[in-house]
Design a binder for this molecule. Sequence first.
Ligand SMILES: NC(=O)c1ccc[n+]([C@@H]2O[C@H](COP(=O)([O-])OP(=O)(O)OC[C@H]3O[C@@H](n4cnc5c(N)ncnc54)[C@H](O)[C@@H]3O)[C@@H](O)[C@H]2O)c1
Ligand SMILES: [Fe+2]
Length: 412
Amino acid sequence: MTAIHPPADPIGVLRAPDAVHFGRGSLASLAPAVARLGRRALVVVDPFLAGTPAFAGALAALDAAGVETHVHSEVIPELPVESVVAAAEAARGIAPDVVVAYGGGSALDLGKLVALLLSQPGPLSDYYGENKVRGPVLPIVAVPTTAGTGSEATPVAVVSDPDRELKVGVSDAALIPRVAIVDPDLTTGAPAAVTAYSGIDAIVHCAESFTAVDRAPDWAQTLPIFVGRNRMSSLLALDGLRAMGDALPRAVADGSDAEARDRMAWGSLLGGMAFGSGGTHLSHALQYPIGALTHTPHGLGTGLMLPYVLQACFAQTSDRLALMAEALGVATGRSERDDAQAAIDRLAAITVEIGLPASLADIGLDRAELPRIAGLAAGVTRLVALAARDATPDLLERILDAAYDGDRSRLV
Ligand SMILES: NC(=O)c1ccc[n+]([C@@H]2O[C@H](COP(=O)([O-])OP(=O)(O)OC[C@H]3O[C@@H](n4cnc5c(N)ncnc54)[C@H](O)[C@@H]3O)[C@@H](O)[C@H]2O)c1
Ligand SMILES: [Fe+2]
């Protein structure tokens, strides 16, 4: 089989930071990067990372570069909206001219949303959805410590709002950090569960943007944030999968495996840039209600659902899946069909190797809840519309049913 690289999708859209600094030691570039953007920095940092020598060193370097810093380290997982508003209120008196966001996806998303609230009138709910931000926000410099959400490069931030049944997202190009500083060394301390859940989500970002629907945009209109699979997102997603396929099980098994950490940090960055234009689809749509009902981490839900979702989209995406098999190192050389199946089987095996629960039953869901979950997921129209096939509530329920029993063969 001949690999087409990059895959010849008809359109290409890229959303990315002005600068990406990737590599071990790149944290040293934080102070000069921030000093170019402002003199007074609000530093939003994950509470665990706030106590690390690397963070202390970064603050000292900012001070030496003449940047005044104000640290906010109250980052509540799942980002309740009132914690975002409180962080923005506290920061208003400081009047920062740049925001540094340092930590996992939660800290990065908090930094992005505080930058938004300090620049544009509230309430935050005005910005839920796509393309709702009307002007620029404070410049953001993002330093991820998980691999990862890819939030350092995406136009997205996700919050929990008690007024909404599901988590909600603000998706707007204004939220893309100006500079992403991705130093794989910062992820070395992440415990195995965090590595597993955030890492599989990065793989899902690549797999879903690579198998999303491709459709012609109306170039004369403001483009939707997620335009569907395209030449840029495909290039990034495939390379992300190539980097992460065997690195994730290695990073989970041995957190000090520097090469595996390096590959994961690179792959999650590419995954963020890939889904920042290409979007994600059904694993993410299904995770929203699953996560809300079970209070399980985002990546656990997206990772658990991915093999079932890809199996359900097999007929529409087998050419893409076969290319994924090559990137994952499991191409059979027999036929496109065999390669496509090998890719799904390999992704399913990765979820087992990293210790994800094997079924929806294992995370404590009741089978009777599946129709409701399917209905709620069907309502996440921006994601469902990106699937390569028509995802009716009935199809979503069939996917959930197969995942409930851990039986992919039902979807073949
Ligand atoms: N903005 C986006 O594009 C985007 C994409 C996907 C997911 N998300 C959101 O990101 C959040 C999940 O982010 P996450 O998976 O990075 O987890 P997280 O930021 O919630 O962190 C999880 C835990 O890991 C700890 N941690 C982080 N880095 C560490 C390190 N280096 N060493 C030790 N502990 C560390 C944190 O203290 C926390 O306890 C969810 O809210 C999800 O909805 C955002
Ligand atoms: Fe995700």
